[in-house]
Structure formats: structure tokens, C-alpha cells
Design a protein around this ligand. Structure first.
Ligand code: NAD
Length: 297
């Protein structure tokens, strides 16, 4: 089975590497030559273009930033759907608008190609460890075809429903993640402003009723946890602008279905302000900087 893997960024690179290590025949591609070279150095074959990788692939996996990148890659006269084999399987792992996933699935079906949306949760740590959660939308039979590959990159695989349902479930999760990272940051900043040791406070809250994923795996304050973006100057990880994109997708959906998400709207406004202050490329846990007193940064 030949696999094309398009998009070798913070998430795509370790995911492609895990498939390569599991013995699958991978051909990777990214528009960034630095990303291509980093993966080539680890033994993963790299193609000259997305088209070259996808032409004879049985499965094409993509891990791109946002809807427009996915549309650009697959749709239109120069899109990959024009060169992919009939009967091939498309697995898009990017977090994008559910509407775009549905449009892609329809366009793929019209060309005899199966497509599922399979956005992930678990961060770069989960991508490296192969313990991601896949949240899949599409036909059950197509998920079964994808399962042997997803199992090499993840530990949990959920079928959320038809095409686009994976994206809807994913933005519900990420809206909650954005809110809880802000809440966790506020609580830590308050403790530090009172002179508490942030390591001790974080451990107290982790084991108390405020315990959550940020405290377990992704503490936002530098120095509390090793190997998290906060302790690497907020490099790598999940970018502020990607979180802002997901919170924006959630708010677009809120308007469409007339849901009520006041904290989701506030989280969107706070991440927007943080991005506009020049922090868009930092990891999203850097939102704690909005809450820290200058003498504590
Ligand atoms: P990233 O910016 O690190 O990587 C995206 C890569 O796509 C880049 O290397 C970029 O050069 C490449 N790219 C863009 N357009 C391309 C094209 N047309 N052809 C080939 N390559 C192209 O982003 P990431 O953190 O890896 O996130 C990817 C997706 O996963 C996003 O949708 C994000 O929301 C989602 N996600 C990220 C995390 C995380 O912790 N980083 C967690 C869960 C989900």
C-alpha cells in the first residue's frame, strides 16, 4: 500500500514518521522545504510535489493548517482529486470547517474516491507518541479501511457520524480546550500573584476538582513542566493562530445553529487580542501572558 502524506508541520511530521516506522511505504510532501528536509533526515522519502506523491497512492493523508489550504490542495483544476487513483482513500486530518469537509467528500465521491475527515486531538506530544485521538466523520466502511493506519498514529478512534461530523465534534472539543487553558492560566497567575509556588499550586489543582488536561499535560507557566511548549519559549506545539482559527470555526457554527456559547465567544476575543499583540506564532498556552503581572513574567 502506497501512502502520500501532505503537510509535514508540527503534527504531520511525527504522524508521517510513525507510519514510516511501522513499515508503511510513505511519500511525504510539504510546501516548506525545511519541513521536507527535516523529515528526509529521519529516513522518510520525500516527493517533488504533492501531485507526484499522490498520483499512484492508495491513500492520501493531509495535515494542513486551515480550510483554504485543504481546498487548494484537493479541489479545482489543479487539485489532487484530478490525479488520484479511482478507489483511493483520502484521509484529511486537518481541523477545518465541517462544510469544507462535506464539500470535499462530495467532490471525491464524484471521482470515485472515498474521503473521511479525521481531525485529531492530543497535541504534538500525542502525535510523537502515537497516542492521538482521531475524531472521524464519513462512511463506517471508509473508517474501517483507514483504521490500520490510524492505529499506528493514535490510541483512540471515534466515529462521530457522517462527513463533517468529525470536524463538528473537534471544534466542540477545541472550544472547551481554549476556555480551559484560559481558566487554568488565570488560576495559576492568581496563585503566583499571591506568592504561591506554581509547581505546588498546579499539583494541588491537578489532583483537586479543578484538574484538567492543561494541568495534566500542558502547564502554561514556564518551568512547571518539562518538555511542554511553555518551557521552550512557547515554540512548537499548537499555535495561537490555529487556536484562534478553531474558536472562529466554533463561533461561525454557533451563529449557524443559533447556539449559546458566551465563554466560547470570550475565548475567541481573548485569543484574537493575544494574536494581534504579535503572539500568533507562539503556542496557545502563551495566553497566560495576558494574565501575568509584569513582575511575574
Ligand atoms: P503547522 O503549521 O505546524 O503545519 C502545517 C504544515 O502544512 C506546514 O508545514 C505548511 O508548510 C504545510 N502546508 C500548508 N499548505 C500546504 C500545501 N498546500 N501543501 C503542502 N503543505 C502545506 O500546523 P500543525 O500544528 O501541524 O497543525 C496542522 C493541523 O492540525 C491544523 O488544522 C491544526 O488546527 C490541527 N491540530 C494541531 C494540533 C497541535 O497541537 N499542533 C493539535 C490538534 C490538531
Amino acid at each position: 500500500m502506497k501512502i502520500a502524506f501532505i503537510g509535514l508541520g508540527n503534527m504531520g511530521a511525527p504522524m508521517a514518521l510513525n507510519l514510516h516506522k511501522a513499515g508503511f511505504s510513505i511519500s511525504g510532501y510539504d510546501i516548506s522545504s525545511a519541513s521536507c528536509e527535516a523529515l528526509r533526515a529521519q529516513g522518510v522519502p520525500i516527493a517533488d510535489s504533492a501531485g507526484a506523491a499522490a498520483t499512484d497512492a492508495d491513500v492520501v493523508i493531509s495535515m494542513l493548517p486551515a480550510s483554504q489550504h485543504v481546498e487548494q490542495l484537493y479541489l479545482g483544476e489543479t487539485g489532487l482529486l484530478q490525479v488520484m487513483k479511482q478507489g483511493a482513500l483520502l484521509i484529511d486530518c486537518s481541523t477545518i470547517a465541517a462544510e469544507t469537509s462535506r464539500k470535499l467528500a462530495q467532490a471525491a465521491e464524484a471521482r470515485g474516491i472515498s474521503a473521511i475527515d479525521a481531525p485529531v486531538s492530543g497535541g504534538t506530544g500525542g502525535a510523537i507518541a502515537g497516542t492521538l485521538t482521531f475524531i472521524v466523520g464519513g462512511k463506517a466502511a471508509d473508517l474501517e479501511r483507514a483504521r490500520p493506519l490510524l492505529e499506528k498514529m493514535g490510541a483512540n478512534i471515534f466515529h462521530a457520524g457522517d462527513a463533517g461530523a468529525g470536524q463538528t465534534a473537534k471544534i466542540c472539543n477545541n472550544m472547551l480546550l481554549g476556555i480551559l487553558m484560559i481558566g487554568t492560566s488565570e488560576a495559576i497567575a492568581l496563585g503566583v500573584a499571591n506568592g504561591l509556588d506554581p509547581k505546588v499550586l498546579s499539583e494541588i489543582m491537578r489532583r483537586s476538582s479543578g484538574g484538567n488536561w492543561a494541568l495534566e499535560k500542558y502547564n502554561p507557566l514556564p518551568g512547571v513542566m518539562e518538555n511542554v511548549p511553555a518551557s521552550k519559549n512557547y515554540a512548537g506545539g499548537f499555535g495561537v493562530d490555529l487556536m484562534l482559527k478553531d474558536l472562529g470555526l466554533a463561533q461561525e457554527n454557533v451563529r449557524a445553529v443559533k447556539a449559546v456559547t458566551p465563554l466560547g465567544a470570550l475565548a475567541h476575543a481573548l485569543y484574537s487580542a493575544h494574536s494581534q499583540a504579535g503572539n500568533g506564532a507562539l503556542d496557545f498556552s502563551s495566553i497566560i501572558r495576558l494574565m501575568q503581572r509584569p513582575e511575574n513574567t
